[in-house]
Design a protein around this ligand. Structure first.
Ligand SMILES: *[C@@H]1O[C@H](CO)[C@@H](O)[C@H](O)[C@H]1NC(C)=O
Length: 153
């Protein structure tokens, strides 16, 4: 009897595992995209592909780069872009701005600070719920930094 128990438990736990795994699947990319775009008043908000994220975080410059045509370089609170990734979210990757400096570039005044400007954007978050053998994604608004401003502390 004892000899039989071990393989039975093994098979049982194996099938339970398999069953659990196959019970709920990931919705397709198209499905998520359609769901989000139905809610999204402004789809361009997510399409920030014109902002190329940095491979390496940039440092605070000592002066404003006036030879650059980019607004983020010409700002006294310069910023750049990085990727914010969350595997339980759709879209998984969002490009967000980050401030390069704590203070502002032209001002020696310590009372001036660079601060990111946030905007709420709608995204979908994976829930533990399953519907038609697919994980249910729920709408949530998250704050995403779009650019930086210089302001008094
Ligand atoms: C200033 O911007 C130009 C154009 O984007 C770039 O080629 C140059 O390397 C920048 N200079 C500094 C000091 O970051």
């Amino acid at each position: 009897m004892k000899k039989l128990m071990f393989p039975i438990v093994l098979i049982l736990s194996f099938t339970l595992c398999q069953g659990h795994r196959s019970r709920c699947k990931h919705p397709s990319e198209d499905n998520l995209r359609q769901k989000l775009y139905r809610i999204l008043p402004d789809p361009y908000l997510l399409d920030r592909s014109e902002h190329i994220p940095d491979v390496k975080m940039k440092k605070c410059p000592t002066s404003v780069n006036t030879s650059s045509e980019l607004i983020q370089d010409r700002s006294i609170s310069p910023w750049s872009y990085r990727i914010n990734e969350d595997l339980n979210r759709y879209p998984r990757q969002i490009v967000e701005a980050y401030c390069l400096c704590k203070g502002c570039v032209t001002s020696k005044e310590s009372s001036m600070v660079s601060e990111p400007f946030h905007k709420d954007i709608p995204v979908l978050y994976k829930s533990s719920k399953c519907k038609k053998s697919r994980y249910v994604y729920k709408l949530r608004y998250i704050k995403v930094a779009h650019f930086c401003i210089c302001r008094f502390h």
